[in-house]
Write a protein of this length. Structure first.
Length: 235
């Protein structure tokens, strides 16, 4: 079977097309979903893409978290469906309380764009099984509201439970507490991160590596992980 992975488009989404392409390159079947719908169309997993949903009014991701389709996403996530939030999608997930903490304006008050080194902290989620714990990867980053925050009790809990999935290496680009770049829920099926794995899936179009310019494909592992997880669940 081919894993059907839905990518939701919101007003202001920028990277939904890139996410669908990444799913296709990973061997899955991308399914376009619309923010105003109440139908997930039988998909096996869902991606909330990057962009500036609803113009980032109020707070980044705040309005999108209440879009009609998010009721279905929340229900499906509670039943174990893999859900990935990338950048603005991560902001939606924390605003919808599907992930802990929050995201605020970058510490230096500027939009940042760079190829970012990350360390994989948790390789046991639906979106990270293609990696190994401790592995270093390079994923493009682009955001203005990427500073991860949480109260002391929440930080202690997610650190102790192994729910930090990725950590910034080399430089903390946005002031995130504990260098946190991505987190997961208790079940490990919902993951959010600020960097953009969909921009690192094909040689010639990804970040530069020591091997060659734009040769990085570390992002593909996110999508192959989800395809494998959904196929295994259906077996």
């Amino acid at each position: 079977m081919s894993a059907r992975i839905g990518v939701i488009t919101f007003p202001g989404s920028l990277d939904d097309g890139d996410a669908r392409r990444a799913v296709r390159m990973a061997g899955g079947e991308p399914v376009s979903l619309w923010h105003g719908s109440h139908d997930l169309e039988g998909v096996d997993a869902v991606i909330l893409p990057g962009g500036f949903s609803y113009g980032d009014y109020l707070r980044a991701g705040a309005i999108a978290a209440h879009a009609p389709i998010m009721a279905e996403v929340s229900e499906a996530a509670a039943k174990g469906m893999p859900v990935l939030g990338i950048c603005n999608g991560f902001q939606m997930l924390v605003e919808a309380h599907l992930l802990p903490g929050g995201l605020i304006r970058n510490a230096h008050q500027q939009f940042i764009r760079r190829d970012q080194r990350l360390r994989v902290e948790n390789a046991d989620t639906a979106w990270t099984s293609a990696f190994e714990a401790g592995q270093e990867i390079i994923i493009p980053l682009k955001n203005a509201d990427g500073g991860y925050i949480a109260d002391d009790e929440t930080l202690k809990r997610i650190e102790g439970d192994g729910r930090v999935v990725f950590r910034y290496l080399g430089v903390n680009p946005n002031g995130s507490l504990n260098d946190i770049a991505g987190v997961t829920n208790e079940a490990g099926n919902v993951v959010g991160l600020m960097p953009h794995p969909e921009h690192a899936v094909e040689p010639g179009f990804g970040p530069a590596t020591p091997a060659a310019m734009r040769s990085g494909t570390d992002g593909l592992g996110f999508f192959t992980s989800a395809v494998a997880a959904t196929v295994a669940a259906a077996a």
